[in-house]
Ligand binder design. Sequence first.
Ligand SMILES: Nc1ncnc2c1ncn2[C@@H]1O[C@H](COP(=O)(O)OP(=O)(O)OP(=O)(O)O)[C@@H](O)[C@H]1O
Ligand SMILES: [Mg+2]
Length: 410
Amino acid sequence: MKSASTKAGSDRSGVCWRPWATRCWPWPGSVSALSVWEIYRRGPGVCYGPRRLTPFAGRPEWRRGRSTLLGKYFLKDFGIDLGTANCLVYERGKGIVLREPSVVAVRRLTREILAIGEEARQMIGRTPADIVAVRPLRHGVIADFDLTREMLRHLIRRVCKRRVFFRPRVMVSVPAGTPEVERRAVIEASLNAGAREAYLIEEPVAAAIGAGLAVHEPSGNMIIDIGGGTTAIAVISLGGVVTGQSLRIGGDAMDEAIARFIRRTSNLMIGERTAEELKVAVGSAFPLAEEMRMEVRGRDYVSGLPKTVLIGSEEIREALQEPLPSIINAVRSVIERTPPELVADIMHKEIVLTGGGALLRGIDDRLRQEIGMPVRVAEDPLSSVAVGTGRALERIDLLARVAVGAKRSH
Ligand SMILES: Nc1ncnc2c1ncn2[C@@H]1O[C@H](COP(=O)(O)OP(=O)(O)OP(=O)(O)O)[C@@H](O)[C@H]1O
Ligand SMILES: [Mg+2]
């Protein structure tokens, strides 16, 4: 990590030191192959001339515009949130450019890939016997490496379009505590998928940056990222995780709990997509001012025939009595292990909730009541991790502090 950050830092020193790369710059007709290579190698936003060895910041506005124009059009930086439920891509200077469900449809015997993303998600539960719609990541870990690599390749190809010569830099978020072997596998997969440089960032750190927390300061920030497969709880200071815990409980576990509860109480069998629809439509973690109802269709457990039942938010709350206390207990245990100075900072700043699970109605009220600390939901919780990965790439000083693994292609 050290060597990569040093490399990146020296690349962006803002000083032109190769005379042959700069001499020809003011006359675009004479840009040599070497100077094009130099522009490509050094990345966007860096000074490329002219003649004098001047730092970027001291250059006149019109020249600054010229040198960044190349970076703007040809050199791309992408932040990728490789999630269990959704994959998001953030492009430097543009924001979120792609959102795809993390699903791949494959032919069982030949392993031929038939669809990736939204198209594959539509197939869940509706495939013929020889086709299966799978999630390459389960419970926040890579369950199928080949499919994960194909998905990364699909995402990078979709956002790069025709710019194959100028390969992008990517930063991919991985769950905190991902083993070294898997980290290396994600970096290799990104490079194989067409990245020029690949960096990794821990999900809670990315979520905190995306939620606008000043993670690089010597002060405590607490983040709870409730995703599809995992819940990451972390206290971050100086760009690193001080105390944290990752649970294999998230939105998927809530859906399973809802399906189990409805089968037990109403004798109705429902699929995971229906359970998720119920959770999103009427789910809550805290009593609502006006309770809600929704009609669900499924199969009667006893007769095997179709049946419709009306389910209310109180019932969903009861179903969530299984997964929610586990999350709350984990939050308590992380706070107990956190140094008192940092706890004082968090009391002052609020705990921030990110991830799709933060959209569950009343989850902030429930946490506030149970742990007695201020809690708020991030502005766009579903995008926080992707925005954080992209922002870390935008700011080289942040990158040096938060990247947990980095590699360049040869
Ligand atoms: N309005 C909502 N209310 C409750 N849950 C929601 C809502 N919207 C989305 N979710 C849940 O959020 C989860 C997806 O969140 P997110 O996209 O953050 O997960 P992920 O990043 O892919 O997963 P992970 O971080 O575990 O790898 C799903 O389980 C989904 O059901
Ligand atoms: Mg996530």
